[in-house]
Structure formats: structure tokens, C-alpha cells
Design a protein around this ligand. Structure first.
Ligand code: HEC
Length: 277
């Protein structure tokens, strides 16, 4: 994973220097959060919630009191923790055995991120900033779409009630129904373009959230398998609009073995892509 750094002009650098004068805990926290968001860290990390990587507050607890904590974490942030890793997955606190390098992160930014992470004790995400009010459908389609909840309500509505068993119940015990539109119906309206029938078999649909989280479906899964009957772009849970912590539009794949595996909060874009050979 790389950070694409915007070219900073001298004027911007000057502004940054002035901004850096506005220090204090609040400014440092906002800065850490901005670095984490722009660095793609939030795709895998949260403050209190375990995602692909450990929750930052768990990292803060593990390294508390270590004099070299900041230097060690800064090094791991840039270089990753591979190939043997730091054991977070073995402890059940991460979903990958190691962190890939984040080699676009500058050393001074890594240092700042490390310092910030060591001070994290609660959730870091201000859900408001991730809220998705509109969904864009683009790529290999005849009619690119921009849909808000009102526009989604004009499609045939579909409610899905996932079986309250095992993994599903764990993913969200309180949810009994999701209401929205089948991803397939949205793609039909946008009309996937193709030259020959073989094109469709190498067509994929990438769903992306405002925080950078992404999941992929293949065209065949959606249009020629039961998965398509459960791939739902939803805007209501138990008859209520989605709250800021995942709204207003989200996506789930209700026919997957685990409901958590393709569940996208803050859904922002649906892109139809063709794999190049
Ligand atoms: C692709 C997912 C992914 C991304 C992106 C990612 N991390 Fe991680 N991170 C992980 C995983 C997985 C672990 C647990 C690694 C292990 O056990 O070795 C981890 C561990 C860490 C740790 C603890 C390391 C230690 O020594 O125990 C820190 C700190 C951290 N990440 C910070 C960051 C920061 C800052 C960024 C953004 C610049 C970032 N991560 C981006 C997946 C990710």
C-alpha cells in the first residue's frame, strides 16, 4: 500500500509550518487522524474496533511503558511487520499474519503516526466524515448513475432477512432485516457494456466505501449464481434509515457463508471493470 503524496509547493510548506504552530493535544489528534486517513491506514485499522489489523488502542496497551515504542512502531509502519509478523493474528486480534509495508509514508509522518497511535484509547473515527449520501455507478456501463436514497427507493425494493445463525448472528445480533435494491438491478439500469459474451466472464464489480474499504463481485456471481440474490445495496435496517456509523447507503452479500465477509458501510462507488488479460 502506497501513500500518494500530493506535490507540496513552497507556499503550502509555509502554511504547514504555520499550522504546526497550532499544537496541543487536539491539533495533534486531528493531524494523526488525517495522516491515518490519507495513508490508507483506516482501511485496516480503527481505534477501538478490530478490523484487518489490530485496534490502535490495543497497540497502545501492548507498547505502553516501552521507551523505544515510538521508534519501533514508526519502523513497523513504514516497513511492515512481515514475514513473521508480531503475532496479532495468533492472538485473534488481526485478520492478516503481518502488515504489508506502507512504503509511501515519510519517516517523520510515521513517527507522528506512532506517537498518535500510542495515545489512542477510544474510537477515532468521526462517522460524520464518512457518511455517504450518494452512490456513483461508473466504469464499463452505458449509463453512469448517481443515486441517492430517494433514487434508490424508485427501484424495486427488496428485503432480506439473514438467518440468525453462527457468524451471521455474531456480525449483528440485533438485525433482522435489510431493505434496499439488488446490486444486479442497479447494474441492469446502468447497463454493463461488452463486446462479446466472453467479456462478461472477465467483468468484475468493485464496491468502494468512503473510508477506502473495497470488496469485489464477479459478473457471473451476480448474474449467474445465487450470490446475486443476496448482493443488496441497502438503506434501511429493521425498517430504520441507516445511522451515521454506516450510512446512508451500505452493501452486504447475504448469501456469503459469513455476513461479515462482504459488508461495506458508507458505500460510495460501484465500478464495473474488465480484467485485462
Ligand atoms: C492491509 C491492511 C493494513 C494497512 C493498510 C495498514 N495496516 Fe497496520 N497492521 C495490519 C496488520 C494485519 C497488523 C498486525 C501485524 C502483525 O501482527 O505483525 C498491523 C499492525 C500495525 C501496528 C502494530 C505493529 C506492532 O509492532 O505490533 C501499527 C502501529 C500499525 N499497524 C499502524 C498502521 C499505520 C499507521 C498504517 C497506515 C500508514 C497501517 N498500519 C496500515 C494491517 C494493515
Amino acid at each position: 500500500m502506497r501513500i500518494h503524496r500530493r506535490p507540496a509547493s513552497a507556499a503550502l510548506a509555509g502554511l504547514a509550518a504555520i499550522a504546526a504552530l497550532a499544537t496541543g493535544p487536539a491539533a495533534a489528534a486531528a493531524n494523526g487522524m488525517a495522516l491515518a486517513r490519507d495513508g490508507g491506514c483506516l482501511v485496516c485499522h480503527r481505534g477501538a474496533e478490530q478490523r484487518i489489523g489490530p485496534a490502535f488502542r490495543e497497540v497502545a496497551v501492548r507498547y505502553a511503558g516501552r521507551a523505544d515504542a515510538e521508534a519501533v512502531l514508526a519502523r513497523h509502519i513504514v516497513a511492515g511487520t512481515g514475514p513473521d509478523g508480531m503475532g496479532w493474528q495468533k492472538e485473534g486480534k488481526a485478520r492478516l499474519p503481518f502488515m504489508p509495508p506502507n512504503d509511501g509514508v515519510a519517516p517523520e509522518d510515521a513517527r507522528q503516526l506512532a506517537r498518535w497511535i500510542l495515545g489512542v484509547s477510544s474510537e477515532i473515527v468521526d462517522a460524520e466524515q464518512f457518511r455517504s449520501d450518494g452512490l456513483e455507478v461508473s466504469g464499463q456501463v452505458a449509463h453512469p448513475l448517481r443515486l441517492d436514497v430517494a433514487a434508490l427507493r424508485e427501484f424495486p425494493a427488496r428485503s432480506i432477512e439473514p438467518a440468525p445463525a453462527g457468524e451471521r448472528a455474531k456480525a449483528d445480533r440485533r438485525v433482522s432485516s435489510f431493505t434496499g435494491v439488488l446490486l444486479r438491478d442497479i447494474l441492469e439500469k446502468a447497463t454493463v457494456t461488452f463486446g462479446s459474451h466472453f467479456d462478461l466472464k472477465k467483468t468484475v464489480v468493485v464496491a468502494r466505501a468512503t473510508d477506502g474499504y473495497r470488496v469485489v463481485f464477479s459478473w457471473s456471481e451476480l448474474f449467474a449464481s445465487p450470490i446475486g440474490d443476496g448482493a443488496l445495496v441497502f438503506f434501511e435496517k429493521n425498517g430504520q434509515p441507516l445511522a451515521d456509523d454506516e450510512g446512508r447507503i451500505a452493501l452486504l452479500s447475504a448469501k456469503d457463508a459469513s455476513l461479515a465477509s462482504r459488508y461495506v458501510k458508507w458505500l460510495k462507488t460501484i465500478e464495473v471493470r474488465r480484467l485485462a488479460d
